[in-house]
Design a protein around this ligand. Structure first.
Ligand code: NAD
Ligand code: UDP
Ligand code: UDP
Length: 336
Protein backbone atom coordinates (compact mmCIF):
# COMPACT_ATOMS: atom_id res chain seq x y z
CA UNK A 1 0.00 0.00 0.00
CA UNK A 2 1.12 3.53 -0.79
CA UNK A 3 1.81 5.77 2.20
CA UNK A 4 -1.27 7.68 3.37
CA UNK A 5 -3.79 5.40 1.66
CA UNK A 6 -6.17 3.79 4.17
CA UNK A 7 -8.34 0.70 3.61
CA UNK A 8 -12.01 1.69 3.17
CA UNK A 9 -14.06 1.94 6.36
CA UNK A 10 -17.01 -0.41 6.75
CA UNK A 11 -20.27 1.33 5.95
CA UNK A 12 -22.02 2.62 9.08
CA UNK A 13 -24.09 -0.08 10.78
CA UNK A 14 -27.67 1.07 10.76
CA UNK A 15 -30.13 -0.08 13.45
CA UNK A 16 -32.64 -0.90 10.76
CA UNK A 17 -30.36 -3.66 9.42
CA UNK A 18 -30.92 -5.60 12.62
CA UNK A 19 -34.35 -4.49 13.72
CA UNK A 20 -36.16 -3.60 10.49
CA UNK A 21 -37.13 -0.37 12.16
CA UNK A 22 -39.24 1.61 9.77
CA UNK A 23 -40.37 4.53 11.86
CA UNK A 24 -38.04 6.87 13.70
CA UNK A 25 -39.95 8.96 16.20
CA UNK A 26 -38.84 12.02 18.16
CA UNK A 27 -40.63 12.69 21.46
CA UNK A 28 -39.81 16.11 22.92
CA UNK A 29 -40.57 16.26 26.64
CA UNK A 30 -40.41 12.45 26.64
CA UNK A 31 -38.89 12.34 30.14
CA UNK A 32 -42.02 13.91 31.61
CA UNK A 33 -45.25 12.43 32.89
CA UNK A 34 -47.30 11.93 29.69
CA UNK A 35 -44.21 11.72 27.47
CA UNK A 36 -42.69 8.76 29.31
CA UNK A 37 -45.96 6.79 29.11
CA UNK A 38 -46.11 7.61 25.39
CA UNK A 39 -42.52 6.36 24.98
CA UNK A 40 -43.45 3.08 26.73
CA UNK A 41 -46.24 2.52 24.21
CA UNK A 42 -44.17 3.50 21.17
CA UNK A 43 -41.29 1.23 22.27
CA UNK A 44 -43.66 -1.76 22.47
CA UNK A 45 -43.75 -1.69 18.67
CA UNK A 46 -40.52 -3.29 17.46
CA UNK A 47 -40.64 -1.30 14.25
CA UNK A 48 -40.20 1.98 16.12
CA UNK A 49 -36.97 3.72 17.04
CA UNK A 50 -37.56 6.41 19.65
CA UNK A 51 -35.46 9.50 20.31
CA UNK A 52 -36.32 11.60 23.38
CA UNK A 53 -35.16 15.22 23.60
CA UNK A 54 -35.68 16.73 27.06
CA UNK A 55 -34.00 19.38 29.21
CA UNK A 56 -35.12 17.63 32.45
CA UNK A 57 -36.77 20.78 33.85
CA UNK A 58 -39.75 18.83 35.16
CA UNK A 59 -38.97 15.41 33.71
CA UNK A 60 -36.39 12.86 34.81
CA UNK A 61 -34.27 10.00 33.50
CA UNK A 62 -35.94 7.84 36.12
CA UNK A 63 -39.16 7.88 34.09
CA UNK A 64 -37.26 6.29 31.18
CA UNK A 65 -34.91 4.02 33.09
CA UNK A 66 -36.24 0.82 31.55
CA UNK A 67 -35.30 2.04 28.05
CA UNK A 68 -31.88 3.55 28.69
CA UNK A 69 -29.36 1.37 26.86
CA UNK A 70 -32.00 -0.23 24.61
CA UNK A 71 -30.75 -0.34 21.00
CA UNK A 72 -33.94 1.24 19.61
CA UNK A 73 -33.90 4.09 22.16
CA UNK A 74 -31.89 7.28 22.47
CA UNK A 75 -32.07 10.03 25.11
CA UNK A 76 -30.71 13.50 24.35
CA UNK A 77 -30.37 16.30 26.91
CA UNK A 78 -31.65 19.12 24.77
CA UNK A 79 -33.61 22.33 25.20
CA UNK A 80 -36.14 22.80 22.39
CA UNK A 81 -35.53 26.54 22.34
CA UNK A 82 -32.24 25.61 20.60
CA UNK A 83 -31.89 24.17 17.12
CA UNK A 84 -32.11 20.37 16.88
CA UNK A 85 -30.75 18.38 13.96
CA UNK A 86 -32.01 14.79 13.79
CA UNK A 87 -33.55 12.71 11.03
CA UNK A 88 -37.01 11.45 11.99
CA UNK A 89 -40.37 10.46 10.46
CA UNK A 90 -42.65 11.67 13.25
CA UNK A 91 -42.40 14.25 16.02
CA UNK A 92 -44.53 14.18 19.17
CA UNK A 93 -43.88 17.67 20.52
CA UNK A 94 -44.70 17.67 24.25
CA UNK A 95 -41.82 19.69 25.72
CA UNK A 96 -43.30 22.29 28.08
CA UNK A 97 -43.91 22.31 31.83
CA UNK A 98 -47.60 21.54 32.46
CA UNK A 99 -48.09 22.24 36.15
CA UNK A 100 -48.99 25.86 37.03
CA UNK A 101 -46.29 25.98 39.75
CA UNK A 102 -43.59 25.12 37.21
CA UNK A 103 -44.83 27.11 34.24
CA UNK A 104 -45.26 30.22 36.39
CA UNK A 105 -41.77 29.82 37.92
CA UNK A 106 -40.06 31.30 34.84
CA UNK A 107 -42.86 32.63 32.61
CA UNK A 108 -40.52 34.06 29.97
CA UNK A 109 -38.88 30.66 29.60
CA UNK A 110 -42.33 29.04 29.32
CA UNK A 111 -43.23 31.36 26.44
CA UNK A 112 -39.90 30.70 24.74
CA UNK A 113 -40.46 26.96 25.08
CA UNK A 114 -43.92 27.23 23.54
CA UNK A 115 -43.09 29.68 20.78
CA UNK A 116 -39.41 29.23 19.86
CA UNK A 117 -39.52 25.54 20.80
CA UNK A 118 -42.51 24.87 18.54
CA UNK A 119 -40.98 26.97 15.75
CA UNK A 120 -37.80 24.89 15.93
CA UNK A 121 -39.70 21.60 15.85
CA UNK A 122 -41.69 22.87 12.84
CA UNK A 123 -38.44 23.89 11.14
CA UNK A 124 -37.15 20.38 11.80
CA UNK A 125 -40.39 18.83 10.48
CA UNK A 126 -40.08 20.96 7.36
CA UNK A 127 -36.44 20.03 6.74
CA UNK A 128 -36.94 16.27 7.10
CA UNK A 129 -40.58 15.99 5.94
CA UNK A 130 -41.81 14.64 9.28
CA UNK A 131 -45.38 14.67 10.61
CA UNK A 132 -45.62 16.67 13.84
CA UNK A 133 -48.13 16.46 16.70
CA UNK A 134 -48.44 19.29 19.25
CA UNK A 135 -49.84 18.66 22.71
CA UNK A 136 -51.90 21.78 23.17
CA UNK A 137 -54.21 22.21 26.12
CA UNK A 138 -57.72 22.90 27.32
CA UNK A 139 -56.18 26.10 28.73
CA UNK A 140 -56.57 27.61 25.24
CA UNK A 141 -60.26 27.93 26.21
CA UNK A 142 -59.22 30.05 29.23
CA UNK A 143 -62.09 30.61 31.66
CA UNK A 144 -64.65 29.19 29.23
CA UNK A 145 -68.03 30.80 28.69
CA UNK A 146 -69.30 27.76 26.78
CA UNK A 147 -69.70 24.43 28.56
CA UNK A 148 -68.65 21.75 27.69
CA UNK A 149 -65.97 23.08 25.34
CA UNK A 150 -66.09 22.10 21.64
CA UNK A 151 -63.01 22.67 19.45
CA UNK A 152 -64.86 25.44 17.59
CA UNK A 153 -64.91 27.63 20.74
CA UNK A 154 -62.27 30.39 20.56
CA UNK A 155 -61.87 30.76 24.29
CA UNK A 156 -61.86 33.43 26.95
CA UNK A 157 -58.22 34.04 27.82
CA UNK A 158 -56.52 36.79 29.82
CA UNK A 159 -53.50 37.85 27.72
CA UNK A 160 -51.62 39.48 30.61
CA UNK A 161 -52.37 37.19 33.57
CA UNK A 162 -50.18 34.79 35.53
CA UNK A 163 -51.28 31.84 33.38
CA UNK A 164 -50.82 33.67 30.07
CA UNK A 165 -47.28 32.41 29.46
CA UNK A 166 -48.79 28.94 29.21
CA UNK A 167 -52.19 29.43 27.62
CA UNK A 168 -51.25 32.24 25.23
CA UNK A 169 -48.00 30.37 24.52
CA UNK A 170 -49.97 27.29 23.46
CA UNK A 171 -52.33 29.44 21.38
CA UNK A 172 -49.35 30.85 19.43
CA UNK A 173 -47.95 27.33 19.12
CA UNK A 174 -51.25 26.23 17.50
CA UNK A 175 -51.11 29.24 15.16
CA UNK A 176 -47.54 28.36 14.14
CA UNK A 177 -48.60 24.77 13.46
CA UNK A 178 -51.37 25.90 11.10
CA UNK A 179 -49.19 28.53 9.41
CA UNK A 180 -46.48 25.94 8.66
CA UNK A 181 -49.22 23.61 7.43
CA UNK A 182 -50.75 26.11 4.99
CA UNK A 183 -47.53 27.87 4.00
CA UNK A 184 -45.15 24.90 3.81
CA UNK A 185 -47.45 21.87 3.55
CA UNK A 186 -46.21 20.33 6.83
CA UNK A 187 -48.36 17.45 8.11
CA UNK A 188 -49.67 18.59 11.48
CA UNK A 189 -51.76 17.15 14.31
CA UNK A 190 -53.02 19.18 17.29
CA UNK A 191 -54.35 17.57 20.47
CA UNK A 192 -56.07 19.74 23.07
CA UNK A 193 -55.36 17.81 26.23
CA UNK A 194 -57.61 18.13 29.29
CA UNK A 195 -56.36 17.46 32.84
CA UNK A 196 -54.53 14.15 32.87
CA UNK A 197 -53.44 12.08 35.87
CA UNK A 198 -51.67 8.82 36.61
CA UNK A 199 -48.46 7.19 37.85
CA UNK A 200 -45.17 9.17 37.49
CA UNK A 201 -46.71 12.58 38.07
CA UNK A 202 -44.25 14.64 40.08
CA UNK A 203 -45.22 14.12 43.72
CA UNK A 204 -44.87 17.77 44.60
CA UNK A 205 -45.79 19.35 41.30
CA UNK A 206 -48.80 21.16 42.72
CA UNK A 207 -51.51 19.76 40.45
CA UNK A 208 -54.68 18.84 42.25
CA UNK A 209 -54.79 15.06 41.81
CA UNK A 210 -51.14 14.54 42.73
CA UNK A 211 -51.51 16.93 45.69
CA UNK A 212 -54.57 15.14 47.09
CA UNK A 213 -53.11 11.64 46.66
CA UNK A 214 -49.78 12.57 48.26
CA UNK A 215 -51.62 14.35 51.10
CA UNK A 216 -53.95 11.37 51.71
CA UNK A 217 -51.00 8.94 51.82
CA UNK A 218 -49.01 11.19 54.16
CA UNK A 219 -52.09 11.66 56.38
CA UNK A 220 -52.14 15.42 55.76
CA UNK A 221 -55.28 17.53 55.13
CA UNK A 222 -56.49 17.65 51.51
CA UNK A 223 -56.07 21.28 50.43
CA UNK A 224 -59.12 22.39 48.46
CA UNK A 225 -58.66 25.88 47.03
CA UNK A 226 -61.68 28.12 47.53
CA UNK A 227 -64.47 28.02 46.56
CA UNK A 228 -64.13 24.25 45.95
CA UNK A 229 -66.90 24.34 43.33
CA UNK A 230 -64.52 24.81 40.39
CA UNK A 231 -64.71 21.81 38.09
CA UNK A 232 -62.22 19.76 36.09
CA UNK A 233 -62.51 16.57 34.04
CA UNK A 234 -59.74 14.06 34.64
CA UNK A 235 -58.36 11.63 32.06
CA UNK A 236 -56.23 8.62 33.00
CA UNK A 237 -52.85 8.64 31.27
CA UNK A 238 -53.24 5.33 29.37
CA UNK A 239 -56.40 6.69 27.70
CA UNK A 240 -54.54 9.90 26.86
CA UNK A 241 -51.63 8.06 25.22
CA UNK A 242 -54.07 5.96 23.19
CA UNK A 243 -55.79 9.14 21.95
CA UNK A 244 -52.50 10.83 21.02
CA UNK A 245 -51.31 7.84 18.98
CA UNK A 246 -54.64 7.57 17.18
CA UNK A 247 -54.50 11.26 16.33
CA UNK A 248 -50.93 10.97 15.00
CA UNK A 249 -51.77 7.90 12.90
CA UNK A 250 -55.09 9.27 11.59
CA UNK A 251 -55.87 11.68 8.79
CA UNK A 252 -57.16 14.70 10.73
CA UNK A 253 -55.09 17.73 11.62
CA UNK A 254 -57.28 18.62 14.59
CA UNK A 255 -57.40 20.48 16.87
CA UNK A 256 -59.12 17.62 18.66
CA UNK A 257 -60.04 17.56 22.36
CA UNK A 258 -58.63 14.57 24.19
CA UNK A 259 -59.96 14.23 27.69
CA UNK A 260 -62.46 12.47 29.90
CA UNK A 261 -65.87 14.20 30.07
CA UNK A 262 -66.48 12.96 33.65
CA UNK A 263 -66.66 16.32 35.48
CA UNK A 264 -65.98 16.81 39.21
CA UNK A 265 -65.87 19.74 41.59
CA UNK A 266 -62.68 19.96 43.64
CA UNK A 267 -64.67 19.07 46.77
CA UNK A 268 -66.05 15.97 45.04
CA UNK A 269 -62.52 15.02 44.00
CA UNK A 270 -61.29 15.44 47.59
CA UNK A 271 -64.19 13.31 48.87
CA UNK A 272 -63.37 10.55 46.40
CA UNK A 273 -59.68 10.57 47.34
CA UNK A 274 -60.58 10.53 51.03
CA UNK A 275 -62.97 7.61 50.62
CA UNK A 276 -60.64 5.55 48.41
CA UNK A 277 -57.27 6.28 50.02
CA UNK A 278 -57.52 7.51 53.60
CA UNK A 279 -60.86 8.10 55.29
CA UNK A 280 -59.19 9.70 58.34
CA UNK A 281 -57.82 12.82 56.62
CA UNK A 282 -59.63 16.13 56.83
CA UNK A 283 -60.57 18.38 53.91
CA UNK A 284 -59.22 21.89 54.39
CA UNK A 285 -60.21 24.99 52.41
CA UNK A 286 -57.27 27.21 51.42
CA UNK A 287 -56.70 30.36 49.35
CA UNK A 288 -56.86 30.10 45.54
CA UNK A 289 -54.51 31.47 42.85
CA UNK A 290 -55.57 34.18 40.32
CA UNK A 291 -57.34 33.38 37.03
CA UNK A 292 -58.39 29.89 38.07
CA UNK A 293 -60.84 28.71 35.35
CA UNK A 294 -64.28 28.05 36.83
CA UNK A 295 -65.16 24.97 34.83
CA UNK A 296 -63.71 22.60 32.27
CA UNK A 297 -65.17 19.63 30.46
CA UNK A 298 -64.30 18.40 26.98
CA UNK A 299 -66.83 17.91 24.22
CA UNK A 300 -65.31 14.74 22.70
CA UNK A 301 -67.74 14.23 19.81
CA UNK A 302 -64.92 14.90 17.33
CA UNK A 303 -62.51 12.42 18.94
CA UNK A 304 -65.24 9.76 18.94
CA UNK A 305 -66.19 10.34 15.33
CA UNK A 306 -62.79 11.00 13.76
CA UNK A 307 -60.50 8.84 15.91
CA UNK A 308 -62.93 6.21 17.19
CA UNK A 309 -61.59 7.15 20.62
CA UNK A 310 -63.15 7.57 24.02
CA UNK A 311 -61.70 7.17 27.49
CA UNK A 312 -62.11 3.83 29.25
CA UNK A 313 -60.77 4.43 32.79
CA UNK A 314 -63.16 6.06 35.28
CA UNK A 315 -61.77 8.37 37.96
CA UNK A 316 -62.57 5.92 40.75
CA UNK A 317 -60.64 3.18 38.93
CA UNK A 318 -57.70 5.40 37.99
CA UNK A 319 -57.07 6.90 41.44
CA UNK A 320 -56.11 3.55 43.06
CA UNK A 321 -53.68 2.82 40.20
CA UNK A 322 -51.97 6.11 40.89
CA UNK A 323 -52.02 5.49 44.64
CA UNK A 324 -49.90 2.35 44.20
CA UNK A 325 -47.16 4.27 42.39
CA UNK A 326 -47.23 7.15 44.90
CA UNK A 327 -47.00 4.75 47.88
CA UNK A 328 -43.94 3.10 46.36
CA UNK A 329 -42.23 6.44 45.76
CA UNK A 330 -43.21 7.87 49.16
CA UNK A 331 -42.29 4.64 50.93
CA UNK A 332 -45.63 4.42 52.76
CA UNK A 333 -47.36 1.03 52.66
CA UNK A 334 -51.14 0.68 52.73
CA UNK A 335 -52.60 -0.29 56.13
CA UNK A 336 -55.09 -3.13 56.00
P1 NAD B 1 -44.35 17.32 32.42
O1 NAD B 1 -43.95 18.61 33.05
O2 NAD B 1 -44.34 16.08 33.24
O3 NAD B 1 -43.51 17.04 31.10
C1 NAD B 1 -42.97 18.05 30.29
C2 NAD B 1 -41.59 17.61 29.84
O4 NAD B 1 -41.01 18.62 29.00
C3 NAD B 1 -40.61 17.42 31.00
O5 NAD B 1 -39.90 16.22 30.85
C4 NAD B 1 -39.70 18.65 30.89
O6 NAD B 1 -38.41 18.40 31.43
C5 NAD B 1 -39.70 18.89 29.41
N1 NAD B 1 -39.37 20.27 29.02
C6 NAD B 1 -39.88 21.42 29.53
N2 NAD B 1 -39.35 22.48 28.91
C7 NAD B 1 -38.48 21.99 27.98
C8 NAD B 1 -37.60 22.59 27.03
N3 NAD B 1 -37.51 23.92 26.90
N4 NAD B 1 -36.84 21.78 26.26
C9 NAD B 1 -36.92 20.44 26.38
N5 NAD B 1 -37.71 19.82 27.27
C10 NAD B 1 -38.50 20.58 28.05
O7 NAD B 1 -45.82 17.58 31.82
P2 NAD B 1 -46.88 16.58 31.21
O8 NAD B 1 -48.04 16.57 32.12
O9 NAD B 1 -46.25 15.30 30.82
O10 NAD B 1 -47.30 17.39 29.91
C11 NAD B 1 -46.80 17.06 28.63
C12 NAD B 1 -47.45 17.95 27.59
O11 NAD B 1 -48.87 17.83 27.63
C13 NAD B 1 -47.13 19.43 27.75
O12 NAD B 1 -46.94 19.99 26.46
C14 NAD B 1 -48.38 19.99 28.38
O13 NAD B 1 -48.56 21.35 28.05
C15 NAD B 1 -49.46 19.10 27.77
N6 NAD B 1 -50.65 19.05 28.62
C16 NAD B 1 -50.65 18.33 29.78
C17 NAD B 1 -51.80 18.30 30.58
C18 NAD B 1 -51.86 17.50 31.84
O14 NAD B 1 -52.88 17.50 32.52
N7 NAD B 1 -50.83 16.78 32.23
C19 NAD B 1 -52.92 19.03 30.20
C20 NAD B 1 -52.88 19.78 29.03
C21 NAD B 1 -51.74 19.77 28.23
N1 UDP C 1 -34.62 24.10 12.86
C1 UDP C 1 -34.21 23.06 13.67
N2 UDP C 1 -33.87 21.87 13.09
C2 UDP C 1 -33.92 21.67 11.75
C3 UDP C 1 -34.35 22.74 10.93
C4 UDP C 1 -34.71 23.94 11.51
O1 UDP C 1 -34.14 23.19 14.90
O2 UDP C 1 -33.59 20.58 11.32
C5 UDP C 1 -34.99 25.38 13.46
C6 UDP C 1 -34.10 26.51 13.03
O3 UDP C 1 -33.31 26.86 14.15
C7 UDP C 1 -35.03 27.64 12.68
C8 UDP C 1 -36.43 27.12 12.92
O4 UDP C 1 -36.31 25.71 13.05
O5 UDP C 1 -34.82 28.73 13.52
C9 UDP C 1 -37.39 27.42 11.80
O6 UDP C 1 -36.89 26.85 10.64
P1 UDP C 1 -37.35 27.33 9.20
O7 UDP C 1 -36.54 26.60 8.18
O8 UDP C 1 -38.81 27.23 9.07
O9 UDP C 1 -37.05 28.87 9.21
P2 UDP C 1 -35.72 29.71 8.91
O10 UDP C 1 -34.53 28.87 9.33
O11 UDP C 1 -35.76 29.94 7.46
O12 UDP C 1 -35.89 30.94 9.73
N1 UDP D 1 -56.61 22.87 43.38
C1 UDP D 1 -57.02 22.59 44.68
N2 UDP D 1 -56.08 22.16 45.56
C2 UDP D 1 -54.78 21.97 45.22
C3 UDP D 1 -54.38 22.25 43.89
C4 UDP D 1 -55.33 22.70 43.00
O1 UDP D 1 -58.20 22.72 45.04
O2 UDP D 1 -53.99 21.56 46.10
C5 UDP D 1 -57.66 23.30 42.41
C6 UDP D 1 -57.35 24.57 41.61
O3 UDP D 1 -57.83 25.70 42.32
C7 UDP D 1 -58.12 24.33 40.32
C8 UDP D 1 -58.12 22.81 40.16
O4 UDP D 1 -57.75 22.28 41.43
O5 UDP D 1 -59.46 24.77 40.48
C9 UDP D 1 -57.15 22.28 39.12
O6 UDP D 1 -55.86 22.82 39.35
P1 UDP D 1 -54.53 22.22 38.70
O7 UDP D 1 -53.42 23.11 39.10
O8 UDP D 1 -54.42 20.77 39.01
O9 UDP D 1 -54.78 22.27 37.11
P2 UDP D 1 -55.30 23.40 36.11
O10 UDP D 1 -55.74 24.61 36.90
O11 UDP D 1 -54.14 23.69 35.23
O12 UDP D 1 -56.44 22.75 35.42
Amino acid sequence: QKAGKQPPLPSPLRFSKFFQANMRILVTGGAGFIGSHLVDRLMENEKNEVIVADNFFTGSKDNLKKWIGHPRFELIRHDVTEQLLVEVDQIYHLACPASPIFYKYNPVKTIKTNVIGTLNMLGLAKRVGARILLTSTSEVYGDPLIHPQPESYWGNVNPIGVRSCYDEGKRVAETLMFDYHTQHGIEIRIARIFNTYGPRMNIDDGRVVSNFIAQAIRGEPLTVQVPGTRTRSFCYVSDMVDGLIRLMEGENTGPINIGNPGEFTMIELAENVKELINSTVEIKMIENTPDDPRQRKPDIAKAKELLGWEPKVKLRDGLPLMEEDFRLRLGVAKKN
